[in-house]
Structures are given as structure tokens and as C-alpha cells.
Write a protein that binds this ligand. Structure first.
Ligand SMILES: NC(=O)c1ccc[n+]([C@@H]2O[C@H](COP(=O)([O-])OP(=O)(O)OC[C@H]3O[C@@H](n4cnc5c(N)ncnc54)[C@H](O)[C@@H]3O)[C@@H](O)[C@H]2O)c1
Length: 276
């Protein structure tokens, strides 16, 4: 069944670039009306212009502005059938120290706070605002883009790993609590994807990028990830793994956590030797 039979109006955060932009394009080509939201208003407007949608500048980490934005879409555009919380940030550990307070991109407190706001709380804000409206009309779909780092941990980025784990746990809570009210939830956990987040510019032909071993199973293009997400939505699948190998790693971790940590320590040693 084409996705637009169930989903007329979709909102995608972080839709100005990368995976979000690819999701916007795919949803639009499937016949959905798409609202593109991004902290970079120009990028949101450009993507919206290309697909005949609407583009807005919004900071998903600011609950007031984000809730106002969602409510104004509901009031002025229509009921949101699908909300994709895709915006995300990651900064890396400063000085290769998981708990460092020093240097890197901004200071450590700011990096952790930004990861919590954008990678986790934005999902909470969207759910808080939308679920009562969706429940009142017998259902809706929330897709939360987390990361394989939310199941397995990303070497070299403690804040990203911890907040993506929280994002997975929050999606689980949403699915458990609201499933019987007609709320469908999917959480997306890719490994490396060719976007500016891993240093690959939008529309680059290159697949050279990746860091900290996140590219071990290859770097996917954002368009392929968008296709996997739409397949997952069509099947109403909770866990969407664009890199299927992640399922095996999660099983190995669950079977023997200590052994998994030892394996990751070996992998980190190998990566630091390669970096010398
Ligand atoms: N690229 C990867 O390797 C990879 C792997 C796993 C998961 N992810 C996740 O996929 C999602 C999309 O990332 P991407 O790889 O396309 O990176 P990207 O940097 O290309 O896109 C992220 C988008 O989010 C927007 N954004 C950032 N902060 C925002 C805010 N406060 N409010 C609104 N918009 C904001 C950015 O402007 C950008 O358009 C993220 O949640 C990321 O963590 C990416």
C-alpha cells in the first residue's frame, strides 16, 4: 500500500540536509505533503522549494518554539500523520577523554547539553505536543532517528552514545505506553551515513568519511537510509536498522556484555594505532 494512503502530511526535523533531506524527498515523491523544519531556515526553505512543500526555521531544542511550530502546522496546514524527529548533533570527545571538561568543539558542558536537548529532549517535546492530538484522532506515527550508537556505543563520543541510548529508550517507552492508543513508533539506528555529520558534504560523490570505526560495515547514502525508513514505516516496524549487521552485534552484546566491552577495547586500540 503506498505510504500516502495512510500518511497525507509529514513533518521532518533536520530536513535541510543529509538523511532528513532524503526523507523529505522520498516522502514527497510518494505523494505526501511535507513540512521541512531545520535550525537552518535557508536549508529548510530550499528543500521545501524543491519538493513543493513548506520550509521553516525552528530550533527543536527550544521547547516553546518547537511546540508553537508543531501547533501552528496542525492549525494552519493540517493534522500531522507522520512526525520524523531526525535532527541530531554530535561533537566527539575532547582529548579522547569520555568525561573530559576541556576543549574540542565548545566546552564539554555545552556539548553535553546540546546533545541532550537535540538528540533526546526534542523527541520528548514532539511527543508531548503531538501525542494528545494524535490520540484524539485515533492515531499517528512517530519516527525517531537515533543511531547504532544508541544500541552499541560510538567510540570517541560519549555524549552522543549516551544520548542516543536515551533516545532509543524513550522511543521504547512511547511504543509501550501509547501503542494501544494507535500511536506507531519507529526508531532508526544507522551506522555511518554519507552526510555532513561525518564530514561528507551534501551531494558529494565521495563515500570517504567515517570515524571511530563507525564505517566498519560501509557508509550508506542518505537516499538508501530514507528508503529503509519508508520500508520500516510501511511494515510498522519498531526497530529500523539500515545496516542489518547491527542486529548481530546487539545479540552478541546481550549474550556477553563483558566480552563485548573487551572486543570494543581491542577495536579502539586498533583504531588508535591506525591514527598514529
Ligand atoms: N551520518 C551518520 O553517520 C549518522 C549515523 C547514525 C545516525 N545519524 C543521525 O541521523 C540524523 C540526521 O543526521 P545527518 O547524518 O543527516 O546529519 P546532518 O548534519 O546532515 O543533518 C542534521 C540536520 O539537523 C539539523 N539540526 C541540528 N540541530 C538542530 C536543531 N537544534 N533544530 C533543528 N534542526 C537542527 C541540521 O541543521 C541538519 O540539517 C541525526 O539524528 C544523526 O544523529 C547519523
Amino acid at each position: 500500500m503506498p505510504i500516502a494512503d495512510n500518511i497525507k502530511l509529514a513533518v521532518v526535523t533536520g530536513g535541510g540536509h543529509g538523511i532528513g533531506r532524503a526523507i523529505c524527498r522520498r516522502l514527497s515523491s510518494d505523494g505526501c505533503d511535507v513540512v521541512v523544519a531545520d535550525i537552518e531556515e535557508d536549508a529548510a526553505v530550499a528543500v521545501a522549494g524543491e519538493i513543493g512543500g513548506r520550509g521553516y526555521g525552528v530550533d527543536v531544542g527550544d521547547e516553546n518554539d518547537f511546540a508553537k511550530f508543531i501547533l501552528s502546522v496542525e492549525e494552519n496546514v493540517g493534522p500531522i500523520d507522520l512526525f520524523v524527529s531526525n535532527a541530531g548533533v554530535g561533537f566527539g570527545d575532547a582529548d579522547s577523554m569520555a568525561g573530559s571538561k576541556r576543549g574540542g568543539i565548545g566546552n564539554a558542558e555545552d556539548r553535553w547539553a546540546a546533545c541532550w536537548r537535540v538528540n533526546v529532549m526534542a523527541h520528548v517535546y514532539a511527543a508531548r505536543t503531538l501525542i494528545p492530538l494524535m490520540v484524539a484522532r485515533d492515531g499517528g506515527y512517530l519516527v525517531n532517528v537515533a543511531s547504532a550508537a544508541g544500541l552499541l556505543s560510538q567510540i570517541g563520543d560519549a555524549a552522543y552514545s549516551a544520548t542516543k541510548h536515551a533516545a532509543v529508550a524513550f522511543a521504547e517507552s512511547l511504543a509501550i505506553t501509547h501503542g494501544e492508543q494507535g500511536i506507531h513508533v519507529s526508531v532508526v539506528c544507522p551506522q555511518a551515513v554519507a552526510t555532513q555529520m561525518i564530514g561528507i558534504a551534501d551531494d558529494s560523490d565521495s563515500l570517504e568519511g567515517g570515524f571511530g570505526g563507525n564505517d566498519v560495515d560501509g557508509i550508506l547514502r542518505p537516499e538508501d537510509v530514507a528508503d529503509r525508513i519508508i520500508e520500516g514505516i510501511e511494515e510498522k516496524r519498531f526497530l529500523i536498522l539500515p545496516h542489518p549487521q547491527v542486529a548481530t552485534y546487539v545479540q552478541r552484546k546481550a549474550n556477553d556484555h563483558g566480552r563485548w566491552i573487551a572486543g570494543m577495547q581491542r577495536f579502539q586500540r586498533k583504531l588508535s594505532r591506525q591514527g598514529d
